[in-house]
Structures are given as C-alpha cells and as structure tokens.
Design a protein around this ligand. Structure first.
Ligand code: ADP
Ligand code: MG
Length: 700
C-alpha cells in the first residue's frame, strides 16, 4: 500500500482549482495518461521546455521590437473600434517619457479594458513587442499589473509543452497549484552525494522547475532537473536490484536433459543453424542446467532467426518434463510463431497450444485444463498468458518476444506462474549496453550477429512520390514474374482512422491495376480477418499486400521480395529497418522502395541515406540513436530514457552508473529497506511507481 503521505500527489488532477472534467481530458493527452485519470504527480513531472523572461524593463525608446519586454506606461487614451466596424481591433495608446506604445486587442470587451486601463494611470504591461506601421505596439499583453501588484508579476515564467486545446496560462496555474500539494517528504538521497552534486531537495527541485527565478533554472542539465532525474534513475535501479535479489533468493531448478528432443527439432529443420544461433542455444542450455535462474536477452536483427533458438530452449525444458511459455505482443505474431513452431514441434513430440484473447469458450477452457494437467508442453500467446486463470502444471521457462513492448512488471507476472522460472527475452532492437542496464537490469546477453546463410542483400532505393506511376509499373513487372509485394501505407501521426483511409485508398487504386491479386490488412480488422489475409498472402493466393504498419513486427513470409514504403520520410529509422526486414528472408533477391514526398528535411534525408547505405541493424540503431534519442529506438513516445519521464539520456546518462552503485550499496547494507533511509527510499519507489518491487520485499 502506498504511504498515505503521498496521497495528495496521486490525487486526481481535478482536485486542483481550475481543472474541470473537460480540461482533464486534454491533460490526459498532454501527460500521456491515455485511458486513465491524470494525477497531480503527472503534472509535476511535466517539466517546462523553456521560459519567458520578463526581466527586461526598458524605456520605450530602447525596446527591441520582437522581444519580450515589461514596460511601465501611462494610459493616454482608448480607441475602441467604430460602432459600425466592431471587428477592427481595440487600441489603447500609452506612453512613457521616451516614447509611445499602442496596445492592441481583438474581440475585446470594452468595459473590461476600461477597468484594466484607467486613463491617466500607470500600468506595467509585459508581452511581445512589434513594430506596426512604424509604431511600437503590443498585441494582447501577457500580463498587466498596477504598481501595487508589481511584486506579483512573475519575472521568469515557465513555458510548458502543450497539446491542442490547452493553453499556457491554465497549465501554469495548475502547476502552481500542484506545487502546494507536495507533502513534507523525508530525504531519500544520501546527504553527502546531494551536497557534492549541489542538488536541491525533491520539493525544492520541483519548485525551481515550475517556478524558475532564472532562465537557466529549467535546463535539463541544471541541478533541479538532474536531481529529479537521479531520483528516477535510482528508483529504477533499486527496483531492478530488488527484483534480482528476489530472483536470486529463490532457488532455481536445473532443467537438464540429454538433448534428444532438441536433436529432433534440429533434424526437422530445412537448414542448419548459423554459428551464432548454435552458440546462443549452447548458452541457454548451459544456463538452464544450472540450479539458479536464467535471465537472458537474445538480441538479433530482424530475420536473424530468433524463433528457432526459442524453440530449442523450450525443447530443453520439455525434455526435462516441464513446461514453457512463449509470449508475443500481437495476435499476428503469435499466430506466426505457432505456424513456424507447430510443424517442427510435432516432429519432435512437443505438444503446443495457443492462447490469445480470441480463444474463447469451450476451446479455451479445454486448453487451460490441459495446461494445468501438463498435457501442453509449450503455450504460445499474447498478454492473455498473464491472466489469473492461466495455470501451468510446472512452468520452467518463460520466453518473451519483442520485450520492449512489455514492462518489467509484466515479465514478473509471467515469472510468477511457475517456480523459479527461467527467462529468455527476445529482441530485434540492438540495444546499447547502457540501455540494457536501465531497462532490463543485469541480464546475460546472446547475440545473433550473422544472417542465415543464402540471404541476398536487399536493393534499397529512394524514389520521390512524383514517380509513383513508374513504381506501380515496376511492381506490375515484379508481380508478372510471380514475386510477392508488400505495400506499406503512410504512417499518420496520432490517427488510426486516416492511416486506414490512406491504406484503403491505395488498396482501391492498386486493385484497379492488378485485380484480385491485391489484398489489404490493417489494424482495425478483426483478428481472424487479419490472419486470413496474412495466410492468403503467405500461401501465394494474393501477391500484393497493402498494409498499415501492423506488419511491422516479426511477420515472416520468406517468399515476399518487394517492399514498398509510402511516405518513408514519416517513419523512424528503426521502423524502416523493421519494415524492410520483412523482405530478403528467402534466397531470392529482394528490393525495397522508399517513396518520399519532396522536399525532404535534413533528418529525413539522413535517415533515408542510411537506409540505402546499410542493412546492419546495429549500425542503424546507432545512427538512430544519434538522430532521434533512445526513446524512439525503443519505440516509446517521449525522447527520454526508456521507461523514464524525467531523465533524458543525453543529459542524465552519466547519472546512471552512480544510481546503480547507490542501489547496490544500499541494498547490501539494508536489504529490507528498513533503516530510516530505506523507509524514505520506499517513498521514492512509490513516487516513481516502481512499487512492484516493494511487494517482492514483503514476500521476502
Ligand atoms: P526473427 O529473428 O526476426 O524473429 P525468424 O525467427 O522469424 O527471425 O526467422 C526468419 C526466417 O529465417 C524464418 O523464415 C526462419 O525459418 C529462417 N531461418 C532461421 N534460422 C535460419 C538458418 N539458420 N538458416 C536459414 N534460415 C533460417
Ligand atoms: Mg521474430
């Protein structure tokens, strides 16, 4: 249970004055809370992107047009629009002893302005100045105060990232109100470290950031932001360390065997393993035989053949008389894994079943029943595997594909379904070592560096959309030769509907050219429809598959040889790489056409050039990191570190190692977090919502 001390921070944002249900919707979007209520803490961690500096107090003569200035002026006269032309602006003439300034208001209420600017009185107005017809003016001043109120005029104001419909002033007011909700919290950081780094207290840091005195106060590399980033990183490292300690405490169980089932699987393969596949299998088999738990990451580029390694791992525990689970993030992927695995498994005598949201009723009940009785050796599924009703007889190995779509707590949830469950995590994103640490903790790593033999390089070309006709012609030739083609439609930010509209339009268009060879698959389709479309394409019944990005992850149709990506400039590098990886999987030569709308921006140009230059996923990941930051590399929205909302790799990456050391040292001295600092650190874990780890503490 979260300490009640923190309740005000986790209270709904609507508890703040001025945040009604209508605005709250916008805050959800702004704060990334999608379907959940936004909370005070979410707003507090929504940090400013800049400031407005109102400290410049020039005389009117010295105002630099275009800059923000705060000026002391006397109100000379009002010039309301003539009665017959109410749409003209309302102007107020003001002056000081050096010059004049016109204040301009559109759609203003006359009596409001008359009250705000009594003729003959002194007013301080602050806002952006401009020259209009050679006269100095200010359109809609941001602030207007009298002499008496001058000390209330904020001199440096934070500017927040906003979302459509939400303007700066209400956000500022809400943030101010949120600051008053911060309880008096015990310090959880080591005082000596705080002093050395010059870090303020947690509350102090938030106050500085939302209420800056200097424009530099809000810089990510500054003391205030860094303090919060360190808090966040420490919370993350502590949570990971607790999970690890917990896992170490639970004795593992060795699953060793002669490898007979593995041999049967290998014998059933139409190819031989690559050397790195072989090494990965050896690593895993050795890990599994040991009496402590395995947590291993299997990194391998798209198409490097991770699935078969996973199957061989599963075969090992199955031979030891135990069960394995393979979890993937999407329905399509799960079905595809099943399609790859089922024939091999059958030959090796491994009993496989599937469980997703789509298995219902009797069939589902029967699967669960057989699972509990141990009549299923390997269960392949989506998130459905987490559900409480899913009980294994003896789960020994949990394999998670495309891990970065799952959180650490989900990994734990799966691991809890058995006794001392070994973990194998598959990822296609080559993740830099430091990120592995933050995101996964200390894992062993196996890499699949080489592609399976016989693969040909993919011929990648960039083509302006203006040459679409030529592209369609080329696709027609490829179809004529019996090739199979993916056509991926533009990614439209934030909008699944227009995504779909674009795909449907292209589909209709290509149908006119190529008839019923053309099919469509998109995210709005029902699962069974999607599978059916993939199946038709895979079997060669259809030959041109128009798709939204649903095909991005993991889809495997080795016979497909052409990939067309429309509006390639809208995709990130890793996404392009993933998409391109759908072709070049067989022995035929493949082509990837990146269609772009000219003119290209610098970054887009660089991205497309890299795509033309290389197919090396590691190099592409590095370039991606350079161009976009880690957030995108891992497919998360923010540009921060994965799973972090405050810390940013660029500025706070260097704090990661100290955070890790601090976490390790702390837990070595205080494994139950029972000392006063330990207690305070529990608050920290709750604050950054890493409290899953606290449950482990209690479970002992
Ligand atoms: P990914 O690592 O992207 O998940 P997959 O496991 O889907 O890759 O494998 C991609 C394709 O490569 C599949 O069609 C698979 O059968 C094939 N494959 C895997 N290993 C080898 C190998 N050693 N030699 C040839 N083909 C292989
Ligand atoms: Mg895969």
């Amino acid at each position: 249970m979260r300490p009640s001390l923190l309740d005000p921070l986790f209270a709904a944002l609507t508890t703040l004055p001025g945040v009604g249900p209508k605005l709250e919707k916008l805050y959800r979007r702004l704060l990334g809370r999608e379907d959940q209520p936004a909370r005070v803490v979410d707003l507090l961690f929504h940090l400013p992107a800049g400031t407005i500096d109102r400290r410049s107090r020039p005389k009117l003569r010295d105002v630099v047009p275009g800059s923000v200035a705060t000026v002391a002026v006397t109100v000379d006269s009002h010039r309301p629009p003539p009665a017959n032309r109410p749409r003209l602006p309302y102007r107020i003439d003001t002056s000081d002893d050096t010059g004049t300034l016109t204040l301009t208001y559109f759609h203003a209420k006359r009596d409001y302005l008359e009250k705000l600017f009594p003729v003959g009185e002194l007013r301080y107005v602050s806002g952006t100045t401009a020259l209009y017809d050679g006269m100095l003016q200010m359109v809609h001043p941001d602030r207007v105060v009298s002499e008496a109120e001058l000390d209330k005029l904020p001199m440096v104001e934070p500017v927040y990232p906003l979302t459509e419909g939400l303007t700066l002033n209400p956000v500022r007011k809400a943030a101010e109100a949120a600051l008053t909700k911060i309880p008096d919290l015990p310090e959880w950081q080591d005082p000596a470290w705080l002093q050395r780094e010059g870090f303020p207290s947690f509350a102090g840091a938030l106050k500085t950031l939302h209420h800056p005195a200097e424009t530099t106060d809000i810089l990510p590399e500054g003391a205030a932001w860094s303090r919060l980033a360190f808090d966040e990183l420490l919370a993350g490292q502590l949570a990971l360390a607790l999970v690890r300690a917990h896992q170490r405490k639970l004795p593992g169980r060795g699953s060793s065997c002669e490898g007979l089932i593995r041999a049967k699987v290998t014998a059933a393969l139409p190819y031989s393993l690559t050397p790195s596949q072989g090494r990965a299998v050896d690593d895993i088999v050795t890990d599994l035989a040991k009496p402590h738990r395995m947590i291993r990451l299997l990194q391998g580029d798209v198409g490097s053949g991770k699935t078969v390694v996973a199957l061989l791992a599963a075969a090992t525990v199955v031979e030891a008389g135990r069960q394995a689970a393979l979890m993937a993030p999407t329905e399509i992927l799960v079905r595809q894994h099943l399609a790859t695995i089922a024939p091999l498994a059958e030959k090796a005598g491994i009993r496989v079943a599937i469980l997703t949201g789509r298995e219902r009723g009797k069939e589902r009940a029967e699967t669960l029943d057989r699972l509990a009785r141990g009549e299923i050796d390997l269960l392949v599924g989506t998130h459905a595997l987490f559900q409480d009703e899913v009980a294994f007889r003896d789960l020994a190995l949990a394999i998670v594909d495309e891990q970065h779509r799952f959180g650490v707590h989900q990994r734990l949830a799966l691991a809890r379904k058995g006794e001392a469950v070994d973990m194998l995590v598959l990822t296609a994103t080559p993740i830099p070592r430091t990120l592995v640490l933050t995101y996964f903790g200390d894992m062993e790593i196996s890499e699949l560096r080489e592609k399976p033999a016989g693969r040909q390089p993919i011929d990648t070309r960039t083509i302006a959309l203006g040459r679409l006709d030529e592209v369609i012609e080329g696709v027609g030739r490829a179809l004529g030769e019996g090739q199979r083609v993916y056509w991926v439609c533009p990614l439209v930010e934030e909008s699944e509907t227009s995504d779909l509209a674009a795909a449907e339009e292209r589909f209709a268009d290509l149908r006119q050219h190529f008839g019923t060879k053309v099919d469509l698959v998109h995210g709005r389709m029902k699962g069974a429809e999607k599978d059916a479309a993939m199946q038709r394409f895979s079997a060669g019944e259809t030959r041109l598959l128009v798709a939204t990005t649903v095909i991005e992850v993991g889809v495997d149709v080795p016979a497909a040889t052409v990939m067309v990506i429309e509006h390639a400039e809208r995709f990130g590098l890793s996404q392009l790489h993933q998409l391109r990886g759908r072709v070049g999987r067989g022995t035929e030569r493949s082509t990837c056409l990146l269609l772009y709308r000219a003119p290209l921006g610098e970054t887009a140009k660089a991205r497309l050039a890299i795509m033309r230059d290389t197919e090396d996923g590691f190099r592409i990941a590095e370039e991606d990191l350079r161009l976009r930051g880690e957030g995108d590399l891992l497919g998360t929205r923010q540009s921060g570190m994965p799973g972090c909302r405050v810390a940013q790799h660029e500025f706070h990456g260097k704090l990661l190692a100290p955070a890790r050391d601090d976490a390790a040292l702390t837990l070595a001295r205080d494994p139950d977090l029972a000392t006063p600092r330990g207690e305070a650190l529990r608050d920290l874990l709750y604050l950054f919502e890493r409290d899953e780890a606290i449950r482990l503490l209690r479970a002992g």
